[in-house]
Design a binder for this molecule. Structure first.
Ligand code: ZN
Ligand code: ZN
Length: 285
């Protein structure tokens, strides 16, 4: 899996040289993610209770009660921080400061991960700026540190979640907003969760954020240089979501990586006065 992804990243570096640095960082960090074997326990509980909950639109978990491996996530965050501060990045000094802070105050990482999970943007910003770190880097590290847990959780709960009848624009597994979407080979739309990476089917003519269904209020535009990529937007809530058309893109990168290497599409959308899809919008480095 890593080999295949490594080759894809090489190919992307050739195709999108402006994202070379981000792609190289992502590839380096992937190796660390594979070293963590998260310990997660999940009890599926009573199916009838679950059914009532999902019918009323409650996801399996909320971000605050996800059964994640906190120890593993803290350890991984620290490892990523150590690694990045040993590279030649421009923000190396800030990363080192953050590392010093962690050594002086071991709960710092745990607090940061909690701020990220609970969507406390103010706290993320304050904690980051105290060590001169860009909040988006802290957010990215927290997101990466949680990925092994999220992968395990997806595996443990897939069967349960796939049994849901789910027509909502937020994730059935963790309740987060989608950060990307794709159109399958059959033309069906799927949304991709910005936190746990779960993907679920969602109508094409419906805004994931406000539920608007009138065709006159929904639209999309494409960028000439990026065949197979489009930006779907809603005129009512002014939100947008980047969408990959799999009928035109043969072999995409994982969507969290696609999110990272399509930042120019975010710029394009935001220039039109549109707002980013997620309230967390994690993957930024
Ligand atoms: Zn999710
Ligand atoms: Zn909308």
């Amino acid at each position: 899996m890593l080999d295949k992804l490594g080759k894809k990243i090489d190919q992307l570096i050739q195709q999108k040289p402006i994202y070379q640095e981000a792609l190289l960082v992502y590839r380096e960090l992937l190796g660390f993610l594979d070293e963590i074997q998260p310990v997660i326990t999940y009890d599926a509980g009573d199916a009838s209770v679950r059914e009532i909950k999902t019918r009323e639109g409650f996801p399996l978990f909320s971000r605050g009660d996800l059964p994640i491996d906190h120890e593993g996530a803290v350890l991984l965050f620290q490892r990523l921080l150590e690694h990045l501060s040993s590279t030649k990045r421009k923000d190396r000094d800030a990363l080192e400061q953050a590392l010093n802070r962690v050594q002086g105050k071991p709960t710092w990482v745990r607090d940061m991960i909690w701020a990220f999970l609970s969507g406390d943007e103010g706290r993320i910003t304050t904690m980051s700026l105290e060590v001169a770190l860009w909040p988006m880097v802290a957010r990215f590290l927290a997101h990466m540190a949680l990925q092994p847990s999220m992968r395990s959780l997806r595996e443990l709960t897939t069967e349960v979640v796939q049994g849901y009848t789910w027509n909502y624009g937020y994730c059935p597994l963790c309740g987060s907003t989608p950060n990307m979407a794709y159109l399958s080979d059959e033309g069906k739309r799927f949304l991709h969760c910005e936190l746990c990476g779960y993907e679920w089917h969602y109508p094409r003519l419906k805004c994931p954020f406000c539920g608007e269904e009138r065709a006159k209020d929904l639209g999309y535009f494409t960028s000439e240089e990026d065949e197979g990529y489009r930006i779907d937007f809603c005129k009512k809530c002014r939100r947008y979501i980047k969408t990959l058309d799999m009928r035109l893109i043969g072999f995409p990168a994982p969507l969290e990586l696609e999110d990272l290497i399509t930042l120019h599409l975010d710029v394009l959308a935001q220039k039109q006065g549109l707002k980013a899809s997620g309230d967390q919008h994690a993957s930024r480095i």
